[in-house]
Ligand binder design. Structure first.
Ligand code: ACO
Ligand code: ZN
Length: 167
């Protein structure tokens, strides 16, 4: 089958993040999100939860990332207060020019698979600004639901939805 120039440009792949991706990951984080973190924060997450930390590569460069953490705490999904192992999506972002081609979906699916299989997490959760319609649409498409509102969660006072789904 012939591949057109346009389709070629839509090509991407995902792989586990490496230490030498850190600078590109931080650059994408600063370009796309107001929630930024110090260098060591990325390094620690990359070391600790490497199997579930992914980047997307297109046109020979990193164009997106998902930074996870694995936690032990109360279930966000069960009625009774049960302790479970949870995957936490700390941060996910895709460069603007590369959006709407399934990259965030691929990153989330890869990370959730690892959270479940490598880290034995039973559920996954995240926080998202209540105004972040694209991200909320993405999470809902992937089976997350809004669990609760976290009042004034962000530094500028905006509320967050805590969203979660089983793994
Ligand atoms: N408007 C409406 N729906 C959208 C949008 C949008 N702008 N973007 C994604 N979606 C929904 C759609 O249903 C889409 O499917 P479709 O394209 O077939 O309609 C589906 O999500 C999957 O979209 P992807 O192509 O996989 O998502 P993308 O690679 O574009 O990345 C992301 C989405 C990560 C939210 C991107 O817009 C981004 O980087 N935004 C800035 C950073 C950000 O807000 N990150 C999330 C913060 S919360 C947190 O990190 C836990
Ligand atoms: Zn969080």
């Amino acid at each position: 089958m012939e591949i057109t120039e346009k389709e070629k440009g839509k090509d991407f792949s995902t792989r586990n993040a490496r230490m030498d991706d850190i600078d590109e990951i931080i650059k994408i984080n600063r370009l796309t999100l107001p929630e930024n973190y110090p260098y060591y924060f990325f390094v620690e997450h990359l070391k600790e939860y490497n199997l579930a930390f992914f980047v997307a590569v297109a046109d020979g460069k990193v164009v997106g990332y998902i930074m996870p953490r694995i936690e032990w705490g109360f279930s966000n999904l069960r009625q009774l207060p049960v302790l479970v192992r949870k995957g936490h999506v700390v941060s996910i972002a895709v460069l603007e020019e590369y959006r709407r081609r399934g990259i965030a979906t691929a990153l989330l699916n890869a990370s959730m698979q690892s959270m479940k299989n490598d880290y034995k997490a039973e559920e996954v959760y995240l926080e998202v600004r209540v105004s972040n319609d694209p991200a909320i649409a993405l999470y809902e498409k992937l089976g997350f639901s809004k669990v609760k509102v976290l009042k004034a969660y962000y530094a500028d006072g905006e509320d967050a939805y805590l969203m979660a789904r089983p793994l």
